[in-house]
Ligand binder design. Structure first.
Ligand code: MG
Length: 361
């Protein structure tokens, strides 16, 4: 089944509230979408956000990578020879992992539709539904407490609390949130590279003393400070999760073998798509290291792709797929159902999300 045509479009969706981390503030999901058409007349869809502060990619660079490098490399290939197509896609250029991810998921969407089977089953079918956390943006303490209570009201029992912008006040924020939501809500703390290694040890130790009860702390130190993360992991009791430090299976191998972190956050925009993420997950599983599935600020198209991966593989025990919950508008029809904290897989073939016709130029 020949890959006949690949083209790109654009979507722009408002967020219900501005998304704030130690690295940035964002008010819209404004992403490139990819459409792959097969000779059987079926189409697969993908999406990539321009997360320049993490992957170095912009909307322009993603569009250019897909149009001028990736599409020419794989158009005309037989999609049923999937290993060869994915290999060619990854080798079409270096870096540009989000552009690759958008095409990877569109190919797998089309592959599943061609086989008339849901992608999560084709890739392993580990679980039919699972729970995601929801992000609490970094703000003043009162606002963060209010947002946390509102999320708990909406049914979320796992909060991903963003910190790291103002290290002096981070323990106070977390203690106030714990006090407000009570002991049964899980708190995941994400510093988004906001602390130095010594600061991280001091703050996490203070969190432990203040009985914040964090399930984990994500990416305490800058992405490139591998030794710093190892320093933190060896000095605190709270498990450390590597996010921005791990893009490729090779990065994961280093983190695992040197025990620089306890868990790994897989994001399709860092790995270059589902195909490389499967390899990363298999390796983590062989070492008994659990993974989280995360996303950037993405709409339901690429978050659905990540949900298929999470549902397929048992090693992914934590989900941070709140993109669709943060948007102020109705989701696109089809694909996994996002019901508050629960993501429920369906039997629709491929990834299953239908992208409106007006997204395509
Ligand atoms: Mg993170």
């Amino acid at each position: 089944m020949r890959i006949e045509h690949i083209d790109i479009g654009e979507i722009s969706l408002p967020l219900a509230h501005p998304f704030k981390t130690a690295l940035r503030t964002v008010e819209h999901v404004n992403d490139i979408v990819v459409r792959v058409r097969g000779e059987n007349g079926l189409e697969g869809y993908g999406e990539a956000p321009a997360t320049a502060v993490i992957t170095g990619e912009t909307k322009g660079s993603i569009a250019c990578a897909v149009r001028d490098f990736i599409a020419p490399a794989i158009t005309g290939m037989d999609l049923m020879d999937l290993d060869a197509v994915m290999d060619k896609l990854q080798r079409s250029m270096v870096h540009n992992t989000s552009a690759k991810a958008a095409v990877d998921m569109a190919l797998l969407d089309l592959w599943g539709k061609t086989l008339n089977a849901p992608l999560w089953r084709l890739l392993g079918g580990a679980k039919r539904e699972f729970e995601t956390d929801i992000t609490i943006s970094v703000n003043g303490v009162d606002e963060m407490v209010r947002d946390s209570l509102e999320a708990v009201d909406r049914g979320f029992s796992i909060l991903k609390v963003k910190v790291g912008k103002d290290p002096a006040a981070d323990v106070e924020r977390l203690a106030a949130i714990r006090q407000a939501v009570g002991p049964s809500v899980a708190l995941r703390v994400d510093a988004n590279q906001g602390w130095t290694p010594r600061e991280a040890v001091r703050i996490i130790s203070a969190m432990e003393d203040a009985a914040v009860g964090a399930e984990l702390v994500e990416q305490p130190v800058p992405a490139t400070d591998f030794d710093g993360m190892k320093y933190v992991t060896s000095r605190v009791n709270t498990p450390i999760l590597a996010d921005e430090s791990v893009f490729s299976p090779a990065d994961a191998a280093r983190v695992i073998t040197e025990h620089a972190a306890d868990y790994i956050n897989i994001k399709l925009m860092k790995t270059g798509g589902i195909w490389p993420a499967l390899r990363l997950g298999a390796m983590a599983e062989s070492f008994g290291v659990q993974c989280m599935i995360g996303c950037m600020l993405e709409s339901q198209i690429s978050v659905a792709a990540a949900a298929h991966l999470a549902a397929a593989r048992g090693v992914i025990t934590m989900a941070d797929l709140d993109g669709p919950s943060l948007c102020a508008c109705e989701p696109f029809p089809g694909g996994p159902e996002f019901r508050g904290p629960v993501i429920a897989m369906t039997e629709s073939p491929g990834i299953g999300v239908r992208v409106p016709a007006d997204c395509w130029a």
